[in-house]
Design a protein around this ligand. Structure first.
Ligand SMILES: [Zn+2]
Length: 273
């Protein structure tokens, strides 16, 4: 599943190809997605010039002179730049000719979304998706005090609490396991039983982990292709994630795998308390 770093890498890789270019042609091939694509989208977007691409959590908003297109990649969505005349593939849902390029949304499992809003209805169309989201991990507001303030009254285990996105967005399954390892915090520890100074460490390791993944171009996910339709994945060096039974790099204790809220968690029983 594309996580925040993958979505941010998609945004960064699309920007230089799309900004200030006009949508010359739009084809909706398969409207069926989590929310069906507006049947009038082609008419609404053709002629528009792309002005910006913004990201909030895992939502991208392509801003244009005629309205905005919000894109969510769901479980398996990709938004890629292709050479003009690239033959359409199975699971291509929409194709846009923009400047010298063809922008294609492909999504085999169809959990993604492409939602259009006219300039005056952006708030109404998009805000329902944003209203339960925590703050951005790279916002200046996000630090140890913020994390402590919102977490220390909760009895829930810290890892599923991070994963919920209620306090801070973008800490997906891989990144939660990795950030907790670096902070030395046991993933099953109740959020209210973590000292304030440890939240300072955790806020720092969350940022560090996400930043590292963005830098490397997104973590390794088999369905993920970043904007420029390149295959090369860059993987953050996982300390614990997907390393069950292998020795911890720090203390050589075998890494453990447990289930928390239907997700796999990996941790070192020696280094994390
Ligand atoms: Zn260890």
């Amino acid at each position: 599943m594309p996580e925040l770093p993958e979505v941010e890498v998609t945004r960064l890789s699309l920007l230089p190809h799309l900004i200030n270019h006009q949508v010359e042609r739009a084809q909706i091939l398969v409207p069926a997605l989590r929310y069906p694509i507006d049947s009038e989208l082609s008419n609404k977007i053709v002629g528009a010039t792309i002005t910006d691409i913004e990201r909030r959590a895992k939502y991208l908003t392509i801003k244009t002179t005629q309205g905005s297109l919000m894109v969510h990649l769901g479980m398996t969505g990709t938004l890629t730049i292709n050479a003009p005349g690239t033959p359409l593939k199975k699971h291509d849902h929409a194709s846009f000719t923009i400047g010298q390029h063809t922008l294609i949304y492909n999504d085999p499992r169809r959990f993604g979304a492409l939602i259009w809003a006219e300039p005056n209805e952006e708030e109404k169309r998009f805000s329902p998706f944003f209203k339960k989201l925590g703050i951005e991990p790279f916002a200046t507001l996000f630090n140890g005090d913020y994390l402590w303030r919102h977490a220390h009254t909760r009895t829930q285990a810290i890892k599923p609490l991070l994963l919920s996105g209620e306090i801070v967005v973008g800490v997906g399954n891989i990144y939660a396991s990795e950030a907790l390892f670096k902070a030395g915090i046991l993933p099953q520890r109740s959020a209210k039983r973590i000292a304030k100074e440890r939240y300072h460490t955790l806020a720092a390791t969350i940022r560090e982990t996400l930043h590292e993944a963005i830098e490397l171009g997104g973590s390794t996910l088999k369905d993920f292709q970043h904007g420029a339709a390149q295959q090369g994945y860059f993987q953050i060096h996982h300390q614990v994630y997907d390393r069950a039974e292998q020795p911890c790099y720090v203390c050589h204790t075998p890494i453990r795998r447990i289930r928390q809220a239907q997700r796999s968690t990996f941790y070192c029983p020696q280094c994390q308390r």
